[in-house]
Design a protein around this ligand. Structure first.
Ligand code: UD1
Length: 343
């Protein structure tokens, strides 16, 4: 059984990817500092797969702990690197936290991968690198725009760090640029767990629907879009997780065409905030209390992915409909409430 290191493996996308890796026959070694996740994710993974992944609570900024872990698992063949701070607003308030954490973690990981002869890295990147693209849908060739937040800047610079490291080492990598991941595992045993007031749209919607939040604010209806609200490409987190298995296999099986490849992970379909609210109301049967407020600073007006490169080269395509995806998010919110949540 091939062993994969998953950093940030108790987090939202990480935990769903661990499930898909286990179900595809891989052994996973999960590390996470639990700064934005809980070990309940490991129990959820075990309930779904029947396997409790090996886990160590490690902060990747602590290089000696990571070194120690990797020396214990000399047979790790690849790393999938999710561990990072990811809140756009917080990154504006605390830029150094973001630069220290996101850069130091990646640099430590890359240095130790070279030392331990781990050749393959799948990296979590983001469509934020495109800013507001001139042409839609956006392809991987679209120019990178100046970042609008320190968080976005860390994604751009991390891609550069990987590119430069690859040029000087035997490491090969795939960076996956996520559009907007939403939804939860069909079992409702794992899902997104925002700490405090959610920044992202779908957790805010489900928390409003279940009564944790009073009212959802729709940030602007005066954009140059058909209904005036912003447009995004919302992708089911399980579809996204499956793409990581495909990407890591592409590297392990040496099917990659370049030592650094970049793929868009989206559905290829743009959905407005108001359309998403209407679809949620339809699938959940809950009428949402929302109001239109002013625009949120830094928001991109509209972005959705050209997925043809990922579809063709990875042989991967997002499968879930928006209805299925929103229903899975709603089931997770309900399950979490019924069971009293993770400790
Ligand atoms: C942002 C980041 C993205 C990051 C993601 C995860 C940018 C441009 N995008 O995505 O890189 O990976 O967060 O943290 O930095 N909205 C509301 N009301 C709300 C919340 C959101 O109307 O309460 C709207 C937003 O204006 C936006 C859409 O919903 O149009 C999606 O917002 P959100 O879920 O926060 O994701 P992004 O901002 O697209």
């Amino acid at each position: 059984m091939k062993k994969i290191l998953v950093t940030g493996g108790t987090g939202y996308i990480g935990s769903h990817t661990v499930v898909e890796l286990i179900q595809a026959g891989y052994e996973t070694v999960v590390v996470d500092n639990l700064s934005n996740s809980k070990t309940g994710a490991l129990e959820g993974i075990e309930k779904i797969t029947g396997i409790k992944p090996s886990f160590e609570c490690i902060d990747l900024c602590d290089k000696s702990s990571l070194d120690h872990l990797l020396s214990k698992h000399k047979d790790i063949v690849a790393a999938i690197h999710f561990a990072a701070c990811k809140a756009v607003g917080e990154s504006v308030q605390q830029p150094l936290k973001y630069y220290r954490n996101n850069f130091t973690s990646l640099i430590n990981l890359l240095e130790l991968m070279s030392q331990q002869a781990i050749e393959y890295l799948v990296f979590s990147s983001s469509c934020t690198v495109y800013g507001q693209p001139e042409k839609l849908p956006v392809t991987e060739q679209a120019p990178i725009q100046p970042a609008t937040s320190p968080y976005g800047n860390t994604k751009q610079v991390c891609e550069t760090i990987i590119r430069d490291t690859i040029a000087a080492s035997t490491i090969k990598s795939i960076a996956l640029r996520y559009f907007n991941p939403i939804g939860a595992h069909a079992s409702a045993l794992i899902g997104e767990l925002p700490v405090g007031v959610p920044n992202n749209l779908v957790p805010f919607i489900t928390q409003t629907a279940i009564g944790i939040r009073e009212q959802l604010s729709v940030f602007g209806n005066d954009y140059n879009t058909p209904d005036g609200s912003c447009i995004r490409d919302y992708i089911h987190v399980v579809d996204l997780a499956k793409a990581h298995v495909t990407a890591v296999e592409r590297l392990i099986n040496k099917n990659n065409k370049n030592s650094f490849e970049i793929f868009n992970l989206g559905t290829g379909k743009g959905v407005s905030v108001l359309e998403l609210i209407r679809t949620f109301e339809k699938v959940s049967g809950v009428k949402l209390n929302y109001k239109i407020t002013g625009r949120r600073a830094g928001d991109t007006e509209q972005v959705w992915a050209d997925t043809s490169f990922a579809n063709r080269e990875l042989g991967w395509k997002a499968q879930s409909t928006l209805e299925e995806t929103l229903l899975s998010a709603w089931k997770w919110e309900q399950y979490y409430k019924e069971t009293g949540g993770w400790k």
